[in-house]
Ligand binder design. Structure first.
Ligand code: NAD
Length: 365
């Protein structure tokens, strides 16, 4: 491999470091590299104003390293606002490990990652995200206390996904109440895109309520498994976005609402678990508003998982986890009404409340 040496003067001409990609006043970015285990990870600490930066670790086979950096920057920022609007005393952080979780994740790699987390002294606390399991968090726990989402038999709150799904269900019901005047989802056509840990649990809530659920996933095996379990329909087409539906629930990866898809969308409501659903919060938020599509902000309605892991730090129990998660219903309704009254997007309305809480804490300090 030939490495091109660029002088610092030339580099300065190319672009500034701060202000690249999705940098948005991030406090600290940590690049973790370990040749022996093959670990390449990036920890993004967006804010520690409200508390330690807590957020999951995602292992993903990114097309480029820039994609990985961009993802961790966007995700960690999202965590700041998620915890702020949920009323938790946590900042925002996230980590990404570059690689294929199915073939490249080894115990040695996870332990090395845990050592990097530990070196930050609690400023960043990790948890599970895509490509991670509760067992991985248990392993990380052997080298650092700065990890949540560990198994219940080890004193943790367990897998956060069912609670995340319950929160998304609450947010979806609130969006239905706002849109249709009733939060009953019976007979509503709901497309769930991505039937992983969260998606499947959401399908269960929806089918229990009598919604007409259509599922999509890149894994045929998962599709058949979930179809057989809940008697739902598999989407067999090749452009879900253009399909007639009441509710679109993105539960796979982010940025599915983008320049290509947004004008095709026929859904009346968007409510799902994926982080960063809008490729561009401002532009796409406005277009959704103009199209009359009600968008339940992702960072608000997918907060069940962080509520669940926060219980491990604050020592509250199951009842309080459920109470806080059910409150997502009220907050979503409040945000949607506020957006309408102020003629702003729902994303903006949620963002402003979160930012006000952060600014208030800064003043107290
Ligand atoms: P997961 O890895 O268990 O499931 C993701 C599913 O999406 C998989 O079944 C995968 O095959 C599928 N998928 C991937 N690309 C797809 C595509 N292009 N089209 C259709 N399906 C696709 O992840 P999860 O834990 O269920 O999380 C889902 C989303 O919710 C992620 O964006 C995650 O960041 C977010 N989220 C999860 C939690 C949680 O508690 N797990 C909390 C907050 C947010």
């Amino acid at each position: 491999m030939v490495t091109e040496i660029v002088s610092s003067t030339e580099l300065k001409k190319i672009a500034p470091v701060f202000g690249q990609l999705s940098f948005n006043d991030h406090e600290q970015i940590v690049f973790c590299n370990d040749k022996d285990t093959g670990l390449r990870a990036i920890i993004g600490i967006h804010s520690t104003v409200l508390g330690p930066a807590l957020g999951g670790t995602r292992m993903w086979n990114y097309a480029t390293e820039w994609d990985a950096l961009n993802d961790v920057l966007r995700l960690s920022r999202g965590m700041t606002f998620k915890s702020a609007i949920t009323g938790l005393n946590l900042g925002g952080g996230k980590a990404v490990i570059l690689g294929d979780a199915k073939t490249q994740k080894t115990p040695e790699l996870m332990l090395k990652f845990g050592e990097f987390v530990h070196s930050l002294g609690g400023k960043y606390i990790t948890a599970e995200d895509v490509g991670m399991t509760t067992a991985d968090m248990d392993l990380v726990r052997t080298v650092t206390p700065y990890v949540t989402g560990i198994s219940e038999d080890k004193g943790g709150a367990g897998n956060p996904s069912p609670i995340t799904a319950y929160g998304v269900f609450m947010g979806m019901k609130a969006a239905a109440k706002y849109t249709y005047g009733s939060d009953v989802l019976e007979d509503k056509v709901v497309f769930v895109q991505g039937i992983g840990n969260v998606g499947e649990a959401l399908v269960e809530h929806l089918t229990n309520e009598g919604a007409k659920v259509v599922i999509s996933d890149i894994s045929r095996e998962r599709l058949e498994e979930v179809r057989d379990k809940y008697h739902v329909a598999i989407y067999e087409g090749d452009n879900l976005y253009a399909e007639a539906m009441d509710i679109y629930a993105p539960c796979a990866l982010g940025a599915t609402i983008n320049d290509e898809t947004i004008y095709q969308l026929k859904a009346k409501i968007i409510a799902g678990a994926a982080n960063n659903q809008l490729a561009d919060e401002t532009t796409h938020g406005k277009i959704l508003r103009e199209k009359g599509i009600v968008y339940a902000p992702d960072f608000l309605i997918n907060a069940g998982g962080i509520i669940n892991v926060y219980a491990e730090l604050e020592n509250y129990g199951r009842q309080e986890i459920i109470r806080k998660t059910e409150n997502i219903y009220n907050t979503t309704l409040e945000i949607l009404s506020r957006a309408e009254n102020q003629n702003i997007t729902s994303h903006q309305a949620a963002f402003e409340i979160a930012q006000a809480r952060i600014d208030g804490r800064k003043k107290e300090k």
